[in-house]
Design a protein around this ligand. Structure first.
Ligand SMILES: *Cc1c(COP(=O)(O)O)cnc(C)c1O
Length: 363
């Protein structure tokens, strides 16, 4: 059995080159006689892996010197709590609710302070991004929170909200490193890496230094303070060492591809192939307002549940895996992250055309 085209939303496809390199180094990393999985996180060999990963990430994203890069655990979901625990000095924060992940982050923040839902697209099943040019931002808000790319619903902020001078915090789990970012517009950028960068178990936090303080909410555990990890260079305790090593390899792969500007171009090209087909198809249609469409997660439906199920089943048999939509929305979703080759999208569209031809009588 060869490799399939894996359209999973996460954990998701990784570059084949990276997997092969990791396989070749599995038993003996760089002459150490052991796997990266087996080495001390305090060893010179591992420190080099960590330092190189951070250096490459800084270069790729052009991260200014006054931002720290933290490699943490607990997934993106742990950040739902760490953010209010570390940033809610006034115990007030504004949340823009554009999907389930933003909603979960908002609900978590409600435990710690006054979280205000200042905008939402729940009225139309999160199929669009609300106008965020003039929101009722709270005067004493510690930050404004967004989920920049909504993995489940397939929407993406094309312009950042007007935070009226407040710190912007963004969950970028499913669009991390898919295009260039101006880090200076954010206080915190974070994401679980299992969507677009590496294996589950690592979350990367890019945080402006002035937001890292001792002044966290009372009772904040040591492990949940940004300061703990910033002061220790992400080595306060044993980090997700193997996962970081794979992330480092993906950073190098991205550099070889030409960096984030090149990735954006490619991602736009790939997404266009799929969206153009959805726009002209008589059987399939996209579910998201056109101007808010994600480059990474593309949900679509036939409009008939039995036909959706038939499509997912036949697609799987043809080597296109994980096209079933999220359990809460149904239909289909193709996640076409950085590591999905253009060929995978072209072949999927060819398969969809064939399916449409064969199922025309059901229209
Ligand atoms: C997957 C996902 C999460 C949750 O990630 P975990 O690492 O499982 O906690 C949060 N936010 C977004 C945008 C996601 O795509």
């Amino acid at each position: 059995m060869g490799r399939v085209y894996n359209f999973s939303a996460g954990p998701a496809v990784l570059p084949e080159e990276v997997l092969k390199e990791a396989a070749a180094e599995m038993l003996d990393y760089n002459g150490t006689g052991m796997s990266v999985m087996e080495m001390s996180h305090r060893s010179k060999a591992y420190q080099e892996i960590l330092d190189t990963a951070e250096k490459d990430l800084r270069e790729l994203v052009n991260i200014p010197d006054n931002y720290k890069v933290l490699f943490l655990q607990g997934g993106a979901s742990q950040q739902f709590a760490m953010i209010p625990m570390n940033l809610m000095k006034n115990k007030v924060a504004d949340y823009i609710i554009t999907g389930q992940w933003a909603k979960k982050a908002y609900q978590e923040a409600c435990i710690y302070g006054k979280a205000n839902p200042v905008a939402s697209s729940a009225d139309e099943t999160f199929s669009y991004i609300p106008d965020c040019s003039d929101l009722p931002i709270s005067e004493d808000a510690d930050y404004v929170y967004i989920c920049e790319n909504n993995t489940i619903y397939g929407t993406k902020f094309k312009t950042l909200p007007n935070t009226k001078g407040k710190t912007l915090v963004a969950d970028v789990s499913s669009c991390f490193l898919s295009e260039p970012v101006d880090v200076t517009k954010y206080g915190v950028i974070y994401g679980g890496v299992q969507k677009n960068i590496g294996p589950a178990g690592v979350v990367i936090v890019i945080i402006r230094e002035d937001l890292i303080t001792e002044d966290t909410l009372p009772g904040t555990p040591t492990m949940l303070k940004y300061k703990t990890h910033a002061d220790a260079g992400s080595l306060y305790n044993t980090p997700p060492a193997y996962g970081i090593y794979i992330c480092g390899k993906v950073f190098q792969w991205l550099k070889k591809q030409g960096g984030l500007a090149a990735m954006k171009e490619r991602n736009e090209e790939k997404a266009k192939i799929l969206y153009d087909f959805l726009d002209e198809s008589e059987l399939f249609r996209g579910t998201v307002r056109k101007e808010d469409r994600s480059l990474m997660n593309v949900p679509f439906v036939t409009g008939r549940e039995e036909l959706d199920a038939k499509f997912v089943k036949e697609a799987k048999a043809a080597g296109f895996e994980n096209l079933k939509g999220h359990r809460t929305v149904g239909g289909m979703r193709a996640s076409i992250y950085n590591a999905m080759p253009k060929e995978g999208v072209e072949k999927l569209v060819a398969f969809m055309k064939k399916f449409e031809e064969e199922n025309k009588e059901n229209l």
